[in-house]
Design a protein around this ligand. Structure first.
Ligand code: SF4
Length: 111
């Protein structure tokens, strides 16, 4: 997952380190693309939960309300199976209805 400028600033602030330190310890920089390092197959901040919760990228903050669910029920099934916070009794249609309402409220109806 790539980090935009706001993601990077929020993460630096949450960690209380300099941007150089955060880049060295936690980021993988490839040209202009900045991503979190992957350790043991998962995000470097994962340790029985997110250890940078207040500074997490905006895409992480959307979880599990990811727009990709609207176009593919398989994404819903995958996320539902991996997220204990998601009501396991909720149908795909009901989830899409709620997600569309939330996105419309946020003015994010084009995702
Ligand atoms: S929620 Fe936290 S641990 Fe999970 S991918 Fe995002 S930053 Fe990493």
């Amino acid at each position: 997952m790539s980090l935009d400028k706001d993601d990077r600033q929020r993460m630096v602030q949450a960690l209380g380190l300099s941007e150089d330190e955060v880049r060295e310890r936690y980021w993988r920089v490839t040209g202009s693309v900045v991503q979190m390092k992957i350790v043991d197959g998962h995000c470097i901040f994962y340790d029985n939960g997110c250890t940078v919760h207040l500074g997490r990228p905006w895409r992480c903050g959307q979880w599990p309300l990811h727009p990709s669910i609207l176009s593919d029920e398989n994404n819903f099934k995958t996320i539902k199976a991996s997220c204990p916070g998601l009501n396991q009794d909720m149908s795909y249609d009901e989830f899409c209805r709620i997600l569309r309402e939330l996105m419309a409220r946020q003015g994010n109806i084009h995702c």
